[in-house]
Design a protein around this ligand. Structure first.
Ligand code: PLP
Ligand code: COI
Length: 362
C-alpha cells in the first residue's frame, strides 16, 4: 500500500530543451502543450493503491479489452497551478478537487483515492514540472488528474483494477482569442443530466454525451452549450464545461441548485466571495422564459460562466432555435469583472487570501 510520501521519482531522461519550452509557452492556448512528466498510481482490489510514481510523460499500453474502452468507467478533475509574484508555485483549493474526485469515484463504482495521495500526486508533478507554468498574463499549469478501469474483462461490472494518472498542460485562456464575452447556444435537442444520473460526477461520459450539442453550438457560431433540465426542458442547469451565475439590478445573484449539475469549486468560491460582501446569492431554479424576460426588461444585468478552465467569463449573447437575445451591452459587466479580479488575485497571490484557499507546492 502507498501513502502520500512514497512517490518514486524517475526524471525524464530526454526533457524538452529550455529553448523549445520557451517557444511553446509563448502562446500556449488550451490543452495542446504538455509537460515532461506524469504521475501514476495503480489499484488492484487485492493490493489496494500501489506503485506510486512520477515518470517521463508518454503513451500508455492498454489491452483492447480494458474495461474503460467498453463501458467508460472513467472520472477526471481539472485544477490549476499558478506562479506567484514571489516565484512560488501554488494550487487553488486542491483538497476540494480531491474530495470531488472521491465523490465522482463513488458514483461510478470506483475505489476512492485517499486525499493525501491525490494531492501528493498533483504536488509531485507540479514540483518536477514547475518550469512549465507560463509567465504570460493569464497563464497557468492546468492539471488533469484522472482514473480509469483497466481490468481486462468484457463482463459488465465494476472493474477490479484501475490506473490513476495526473498530466499537466501549460495553458492560457480557454476561449480562443481571450474574448471579452462569449455567446452561448441553448440546446433544445439534448440534455446533459437527469435526476438519478451522473450529472454531479465529473465522468468522461457526461462530456461525450454533450459533444453533439457542443458541435451544434459551434455550427451556430456559439462558444458553449447551455443545458436545460431533462424533466421539463425549462430550467437552466449549466454549460458544457462550466457553471452559470445571473446578476440582477437589485445586486442579488442566482445560480442553479446542485443535484444534476457539477458542484463547481469556482461556483462555491464565487458564492463565498459574494456573500462575504453582503450580496444575496440564491441557489434557485431559473427558467429560459425568465432569462429572456429579465434580459429584455433590464432586471438582469449580467450573466457569467465560471470554472477552472473558463475562470469567470461574461456571457454576452444567447442563441438557440427559439432564442436570440443580448445581456446588457453584450460585454463584461462590473460585478463579473470585480469577482474575476478578486478570484484571480487570490489564485495568483496578488491579493490577500482570507479563506486559506491557496496551497504552496514544495
Ligand atoms: N460544470 C462542468 C460541466 C464542468 O466541466 C466544470 C469544470 O470543471 C465546471 C462546471 C466548473 O467546475 P470547477 O469550478 O470546479 O472547475
Ligand atoms: C475544467 O474547467 O477544468 C473542465 O474540466 C472543463 C473543460 C471545459 C476543460
Amino acid at each position: 500500500m502507498t501513502d502520500g510520501a512514497t512517490f518514486a521519482i524517475q526524471p525524464n531522461a530526454n526533457p524538452i530543451p529550455a529553448s523549445e519550452r520557451a517557444v511553446r509557452l509563448e502562446n500556449p492556448g488550451f490543452g495542446t502543450v504538455f509537460t515532461d512528466h506524469m504521475a501514476m498510481i495503480r489499484y488492484q482490489a487485492e493490493k489496494g493503491w500501489h506503485d506510486a510514481q512520477v515518470t517521463a510523460r508518454g503513451p500508455l499500453s492498454l489491452d483492447p479489452a480494458s474495461a474503460v474502452l467498453h463501458y467508460a468507467q472513467e472520472i477526471f478533475e481539472g485544477m490549476k497551478a499558478y506562479r506567484t509574484p514571489a516565484g512560488d508555485a501554488v494550487l487553488f483549493r486542491p483538497d476540494a478537487n480531491a474530495a470531488r474526485f472521491r465523490e465522482s469515484a463513488r458514483r461510478m463504482a470506483m475505489p476512492e483515492l485517499p486525499d493525501e495521495l491525490f494531492v501528493g500526486a498533483v504536488e509531485a508533478l507540479v514540483n518536477i514540472d514547475r518550469d512549465w507554468i507560463p509567465a504570460v498574463e493569464g497563464g497557468s499549469l492546468y492539471l488533469r488528474p484522472f482514473m480509469f478501469a483497466s481490468e481486462v474483462f468484457l463482463g459488465v461490472k465494476p472493474s477490479s483494477e484501475y490506473l490513476f494518472l495526473v498530466i499537466a498542460s501549460s495553458v492560457g485562456a480557454y476561449f480562443k482569442g481571450g474574448k471579452d464575452a462569449v455567446t452561448v447556444w441553448v440546446s433544445s435537442d439534448y440534455t446533459r443530466a437527469a435526476p438519478g444520473g451522473t450529472g454531479a460526477a465529473k465522468c468522461g461520459g457526461n462530456y461525450a454525451a454533450g459533444l453533439i450539442a457542443q458541435a451544434q453550438a459551434s455550427e451556430n457560431g456559439c462558444d458553449q452549450v447551455v443545458f436545460l433540465d431533462a424533466v421539463e426542458r425549462r430550467y437552466v442547469e449549466e454549460l458544457g464545461g462550466m457553471n452559470i451565475f445571473f446578476v440582477f439590478d437589485d445586486g442579488s445573484m442566482l445560480t442553479p441548485p446542485l443535484g444534476t449539475v457539477l458542484p463547481g469549486i469556482t461556483r462555491a468560491s464565487v458564492m463565498t466571495m459574494a456573500r462575504d460582501k453582503g450580496v444575496e446569492v440564491r441557489e434557485q431554479l431559473y427558467s429560459m422564459e425568465d432569462w429572456r424576460t429579465d434580459a429584455a426588461s433590464g432586471r438582469l444585468k449580467e450573466v457569467f460562466a465560471c470554472g477552472t478552465a473558463a475562470v469567470i467569463t461574461a456571457i454576452g449573447e444567447v442563441r438557440g432555435t427559439e432564442h436570440g437575445f443580448t445581456i446588457g451591452n453584450g460585454g463584461t459587466g462590473p460585478v463579473t469583472r470585480a469577482l474575476r479580479d478578486e478570484l484571480t488575485g487570490i489564485q495568483r497571490g496578488t491579493r490577500p487570501d482570507p479563506y486559506g484557499w491557496v496551497k504552496k507546492v514544495g
